[in-house]
Design a protein around this ligand. Structure first.
Ligand code: ADE
Length: 348
């Protein structure tokens, strides 16, 4: 019964992930030596992996935090690869009941990597099963209710939990404290993105020059997943509208057709900035109000859209809410009025 449930659950999880990952599988680095960027994180992992292998022990639990597309899942797969273990993947929202988690945990083999994506979205009741699993490698089954309640402690193999989150602030402290290694992944600089695009182009057998790689990198929002997606759009364009070779000019033309400007901002990003500037006089405005105006979920704004705008300085976070920076005004060709005193654009 439990086995059947696990199979169904795992199949579902694998299917969901496959849709997202199918395209990028071949572009993913399989080892830390192939991994570009995040130098400090990679160094920490190399040391931890080598030490664990020498001691013939499983790795400590690891938490990766950061915006989507920066390599959290890729790193989890690389870690399993380098440790020579299996990786069992699931996600916070897929673990609805304690039983979903139990089923996976009780089938873990020694050293297995158990990867939980979006770990901040684990339901509270499921999270509580994780504590003894992470700390004592045991789970407590409860039989019956009330006066007849009995618990049975079930021993687990020593495994490594790798959690990925875009919102580490939403993790409860007991959960956060049970990770031995916690690392924030940062946006990639242009140089690293150029290297990633050049590597991906070689794998895809696309011809690209330095300027082509640079113009694509510049528009990739500091994010390898975006870089690889843009590369594919640029490749199509080069094939149909040019001679198949990606130059700077080809990349710029292809990406402006996609509505992506020279800072990598999409129509959604510009809409958000315009909303803050026009509807809310430049801010400060709460994220919920922006989300309502744009008819987007505030979680999507906070986790996906906003981090890059904050990093680039288009948006400033204050205690009263978000404000558009002077740079945001100038990027949208709107005259800047810092504190919005006196008559002007917004008083009509
Ligand atoms: N593809 C996606 N992310 C990558 C990275 N960090 N290094 C190399 N190739 C990648």
């Amino acid at each position: 019964m439990i086995n059947e449930e696990i199979t169904t659950l795992s199949t579902q999880i694998e299917e969901d992930r496959a849709i997202d990952e199918e395209n990028n599988k071949s572009l993913r680095p399989a080892s830390l030596s192939e991994y570009i960027g995040q130098d400090k994180v990679v160094e920490t992992l190399k040391i931890a992996i080598e030490a664990a292998l020498q001691r013939k022990e499983p790795l400590e639990h690891i938490l990766f935090n950061g915006p989507p597309g920066l390599g959290k899942t890729t790193l989890a797969h690389i870690i399993a690869n380098e440790m020579g273990t299996r990786i069992i993947t699931t996600s916070g929202p897929a673990l609805e009941k304690g039983g979903d988690l139990m089923g996976l945990l009780t089938h873990m083999e020694k050293g297995d990597v158990f990867f939980i994506d979006e770990i901040h979205r684990i339901p509270k009741i499921v999270e509580e099963f994780l504590y003894p699993a992470m700390e004592d490698f045991a789970v407590d089954f409860i039989f019956d209710k009330g006066v007849h309640a009995r618990t049975h402690r079930y021993r687990l193999e020593r495994f490594t939990l790798i959690g990925a989150t875009t919102r580490s602030g939403l993790l409860s402290s007991p959960l956060r404290e049970r990770f031995g290694i916690t690392r924030d992944l940062e946006f990639y600089d242009e140089r690293d993105l150029v290297s990633i695009i050049t590597r991906s182009a070689a794998i895809l057998d696309v011809s690209i020059d330095k300027e082509g790689a640079y113009e694509t990198a510049r528009r990739a929002r500091g994010t390898p997943r975006v870089a690889n997606r843009l590369l594919k759009r640029v490749r199509d364009y080069a094939q149909v509208r040019a001679d198949g070779h990606i130059t700077g000019k080809v990349a710029i033309e292809a990406l402006s057709l996609e509505g992506i400007d020279e800072f990598g901002l999409s129509e959604t990003d510009r809409k958000l900035l315009r909303t803050v500037i026009i509807n809310y006089k430049g801010g400060p405005v709460g994220i919920e109000a922006i989300a309502a105006t744009l008819q987007l979920e505030s979680d999507v704004l906070i986790e996906v859209v906003e981090p890059y705008l904050l990093k680039m300085g288009f948006i400033i976070r204050t205690s009263q809410g978000r404000k558009a920076s002077e740079m945001a005004f100038s990027h949208l060709n709107i005259p800047y009025r810092g504190a919005f005193e006196g008559p002007g654009l917004f008083d009509k």
